[in-house]
Unconditional design. Structure first.
Length: 439
């Protein structure tokens, strides 16, 4: 009978078999469950309150909830936001109230709690308030936007971070030696191969273990030894092993290559470097953030729509994810490559920043200070202030820079795209102010 149970256990997915049973086995999240950290103290002192785990997939939200239930000797109930209605919620809540009278605590875990509608979320409220249950919700979305404020105010939010490559590597090595994994088999796999699998997983432990399981299952066995080769890894992942380490030099080399290709108005090179990153497992949101920076740093006012494109593409990547968002990122890098270029906004900030760092104590001119009190008015705050909207030209010759910086020029418009218009407008403004400046 035990053999049969063991066989059934071994048929479970590797990620399920290797699920951590206690805090010592749990990988990552040291900022929450490291020695002396808040969540660990709450668990060790059995002082658990309702909480929300917010973080990307595969970082251990469900596992951590199970460990908390085990460590606090609580009944663990797993709710699905997809299949559970208000009727099911209330029934479980009633059972939990009966259990609490018998001294049995109940932890209700709701995965993807952001998928619950308002009525479903509200159904938890009275039971959370009374302490009949401890609610642990898990979400990949920002709880501020996706969870009712009434429920959110009664929960402590813990942010779980993407697992590091080192965390994933530790899990993979444990799976190779632990009897729950492949500890009863002889596996020959190089450190570099494990590092590649860890990098490919993009911080997702479940993805990493599933990948390892698939690779070992499809590897050849010779003389009782399962030998994992690069060819097997490539076949299982259906992609070439690209030279790319998200934590190493090549990561920065390739993002630099993308940036410089767009700056050089080379859409073909830009799309190539984009695909190099995505095919190697780079987070599309990281790339979208870099494109957003590029839109202002290298295009700026030459094409003010560039920033709109970048932000829209970031949102599209956030909503859709891989692999569908590749087309959005392609649209963005091609647009950025073909847009007129100007670095005048970046240059202006760098020049102003240099002065600001050296002159942090420069006083704000009295004329543009607020004067909310009588004392401030008596001291001359706001005296002589000119409200531009009251003038026919919507301009005044009032000086807004500190006296020591009068005459300084930071923004020097370029001569491409829309910035030609801004340049002409600025020249007219400066000429008008010079003509109307009082000596």
């Amino acid at each position: 009978m035990q053999e049969s149970l063991f066989e059934n256990f071994k048929n479970e997915p590797l990620a399920s078999r290797m699920r951590p049973q206690n805090l010592s086995e749990f990988a990552g999240q040291s900022h929450l469950i490291g020695e002396g950290k808040l969540l660990r103290k709450m668990i060790e002192t059995d002082n658990i309150s309702s909480m929300i785990f917010w973080g990307p997939p595969g970082v251990g939200k469900t596992t951590l909830a199970r460990i908390i239930a085990h460590e606090t000797k609580s009944e663990f109930i797993n709710f699905s936001a997809v299949t559970s209605g208000i009727k099911e919620i209330k029934k479980v809540m009633e059972n939990a109230e009966n259990s609490i009278r018998l001294g049995i605590k109940t932890i209700v875990f709701v995965d993807e709690i952001h998928r619950f509608n308002k009525a479903q979320q509200d159904a938890f409220l009275p039971f959370v308030e009374k302490g009949s249950i401890t609610l642990i919700g898990a979400t990949t979305e920002n709880p501020s936007f996706e969870i009712n404020s009434a429920l959110l105010s009664r929960c402590r939010v813990f942010v779980l971070k993407e697992l590091s490559k080192e965390d994933i590597l530790t899990l993979l090595k444990r799976a190779l030696t632990d009897e729950r994994g492949f500890g009863d088999q002889k596996i020959e796999v190089s450190e570099e191969s494990l590092k590649y699998i860890a990098s490919f997983a993009s911080g997702d432990a479940r993805n990493a273990l599933t990948t390892l399981d698939m690779i070992i299952t499809n590897s050849e066995e010779e003389n009782g030894i399962v030998k994992v080769t690069e060819e097997t890894i490539e076949q299982c992942l259906n992609k070439k092993t690209l030279l790319y380490d998200k934590d190493g030099e090549e990561h920065y080399n390739i993002i630099s290559a993308l940036h410089k290709s767009m700056r050089n108005s080379d859409p073909d090179a830009a799309v190539y470097w984009l695909s190099r990153m995505l095919e190697a497992g780079e987070d599309p949101l990281y790339i979208a953030r870099r494109i957003t920076r590029f839109a202002s740093e290298d295009i700026g006012l030459a094409d003010t729509n560039a920033l709109n494109v970048a932000i829209n593409v970031y949102q599209a990547c956030h909503f859709i994810g891989m692999p569908e968002c590749t087309v959005h990122l392609s649209e963005a890098v091609i647009y950025m490559s073909l847009a007129p270029k100007s670095n005048s906004c970046d240059v202006a900030y760098q020049l102003a920043s240099s002065d600001a760092k050296k002159m942090l104590a420069e006083p704000v001119p009295l004329v543009i200070r607020n004067a909310p009190t009588k004392l401030m008015k008596d001291l001359g705050y706001g005296k002589g202030y000119q409200y531009a909207h009251d003038t026919e030209s919507k301009l005044t010759a009032m000086e807004c820079l500190p006296p020591s910086l009068v005459g300084k020029t930071y923004y020097k418009p370029g001569t491409k795209g829309n910035e030609i218009r801004f340049k002409e407008r600025l020249e007219k403004i400066k000429a008008w102010k010079k003509a109307h400046k009082q000596n």
